[in-house]
Write a protein that binds this ligand. Sequence first.
Ligand code: HEM
Length: 160
Amino acid sequence: MRTEARLEPGADGAANACCSRADDVTSPVASADAISEDAIHRLVDRFYAKVRADPELAPIFARAIPGDWGPHLATMRDFWSSIMLTSGRYKGNPVTVHRRVEGIELELFERWLALFNQTCGELFNDSAAEAFRGKAIRIAESLKLALFYRTEHPWPRSVK
Ligand code: HEM
């Protein structure tokens, strides 16, 4: 049975809405651009190559993943496969994992998304790229809320 990836077990529907199958995945896209396991493999490899070369993000990832990147890349392929193809392969909890990431900052999500958007644009046609971007933006919003939202500092933090 296929299961959907969830950000936080037991979280409400709104928080998990980000993780259901992309609405437009079934619309026709050119075969070279189709969202497939192979395409996800290429996306993950290319995106994390950019992350590892990025002056802001690289040190955070290098600290969290000092050795073999193989397991992280495999996890990320499972994650995107679950999100985009509802394969159910990803079983983790991104909120819990990101809470342990030393140096993660609200502002860095913009950079992460910029690199992700760029990578999608390089690999996919507009329709497929937008399907990935839409998911990434919503998941990033959920992560930011889970990691940084504090009732005593109403959202967004920089607005008084
Ligand atoms: C500033 C933004 C971000 C930073 C610095 C960041 C950093 C990291 C790092 C360092 C890890 C590896 C942690 C470890 O293995 O100990 C990780 C894992 C992961 N990240 Fe991010 N991340 C960011 C944003 C995102 C976004 C927007 C998504 C989703 C769209 C995402 C999805 C994931 C997933 C699924 C994992 C694997 C979790 C697991 O092991 O189950 N991340 N991230």
